[in-house]
Design a protein around this ligand. Structure first.
Ligand code: PLP
Length: 384
């Protein structure tokens, strides 16, 4: 069976977990701090007119137990409320829609580019009203969207920009990592992502004050600075400053994440190689469109590879043909504006085209050359 996504973890991760066990500290601690530092040194976060090749500060980063929880925390952090509108592409993670609904705010679904499935500045601009409070974008399949233009627009209009960076952990546009263009960027390390920690996530905030707030919000609302002061009198007492939840990553997860991050270059190169093979071979098929162009100033994390059948009828049939040959495929992400619960009246022609024609085919670092050959051959055989 050839899976569409698959993690690759081995003896290095096991050894790291063993060391955490030996330390007797399994919770959030020094290894999680180290994980944040490793990310800090890997990311480049110049602001649009900033200095070249600057890393963010550790004060701009915090770990979180999942990207979904990060999206919910973001809604709390920016005090999104009833009456507020939040714009997001309809082709988006369902957790983003739920986070908006949780605050009783209104999700405003916008269209995407028909081929790349990425949102553009034009699609967002069309939906802006005087109620627009925030925008949540993602970088589909790992390829950066028009993030510089979108960031500029949001700054101009005083709209909060949140980047769901789950597809694009190490993607770059113009020498800056995705996830660091807006007010907040959120990574995911769940089991199906390019870099996994089993579960987990990372948040970047442009303003370090938001990280200070998130520290409390993600840990029961405790005032971490008060513990020292209260030692003298009632050392068991604590103060609660906000009704926080408990949304942290522990040292077992972080230990896995650190080993994965060490391998990330190899993972991404492997994925890139498969991506290039697919593009070369599949672009010869006349009944397919191959829309995965990466511009010269961009780097992808190669999270997904999608193809589009020219005829709508072929998409599901092709998926079944591949499945009967033990190859799993899928379409990501089912358009949110079609979900009844979200109560949207948007008509989004490109999104609907994409939803009917697109298929994501296997892309992960465990695929062998013969797996890739089999996928290509099976697709080619579909119309024979
Ligand atoms: C996987 C994914 C998420 C969810 O991440 P979790 O860490 O599993 O909550 C969010 N957004 C996108 C685009 C994803 O691909």
């Amino acid at each position: 069976m050839i899976q569409i996504y698959q993690p690759q973890a081995g003896k290095e991760e096991l050894k790291a977990i063993k060391n955490v066990f030996k330390s007797n500290w399994l919770g959030k601690g020094p290894i999680t701090d180290k994980f944040i530092k490793e990310w800090q040194s890997r990311l480049i976060s110049d602001k649009i007119d900033g200095i070249a090749f600057a890393s963010p500060s550790v004060k701009q980063l915090i770990t979180i137990n999942s990207c979904t929880e990060g999206l919910f925390q973001a809604m709390d952090l920016f005090n999104i409320q009833e009456g507020d509108e939040v714009i997001l592409p309809s082709i988006h993670w369902v957790g983003a829609g739920n986070a908006i609904m949780y605050k009783k705010a209104t999700p405003i679904f916008c269209d995407v580019d028909k081929r790349t499935l990425n949102v553009t500045v034009k699609h967002i601009e069309e939906k802006i009203t005087n109620k627009t409070k925030a925008v949540i974008v993602l970088h589909y399949a790992g390829i950066p969207c028009d993030i510089e233009d979108i960031a500029r627009l949001c700054k101009q209009k005083n709209i909060i920009l949140i980047e769901d960076n789950a597809n694009s952990p190490l993607s770059v546009t113009n020498a800056q990592n995705t996830g660091t263009f807006g007010d907040l960027g959120i990574w995911s390390f769940d089991a199906m992502k390019v870099i996994t920690a089993g579960d987990g996530g990372l948040i970047y905030a442009e303003d370090p004050k938001n990280i200070e707030k998130l520290k409390k919000m993600t840990y029961l609302g405790w005032d971490s600075s008060s513990s020292e002061k209260s030692v003298e009198s009632k050392w068991w007492a604590y103060d609660v400053l906000v009704p926080g939840r408990r949304s942290i990553m522990n040292d077992i997860q972080s230990a896995i994440g650190i080993e994965q991050l060490k391998k990330s270059q190899t993972f991404i190169e492997k994925r890139q190689h498969i991506h290039e093979r697919y593009s070369k071979e599949l672009s010869k098929i006349e009944w397919l469109d191959i829309p995965n162009e990466i511009k010269y100033y961009e780097k992808s994390s190669y999270y997904m590879y999608h193809i589009q059948t020219k005829n709508k009828e072929d998409r599901d049939k092709l998926a079944k043909h591949l499945r009967s040959n033990d190859i799993y495929t899928a379409f990501r992400y089912y358009p949110l504006h079609l979900i009844e619960y979200y109560n949207s009246n948007s008509i989004l022609p490109n999104t609907e085209y994409a939803a009917n024609h697109t298929l994501c085919i296997p892309l992960h670092q465990s695929l062998t050359n013969s797996d890739v050959s089999k996928v290509i051959k099976t697709i080619k055989n579909y119309k024979k």
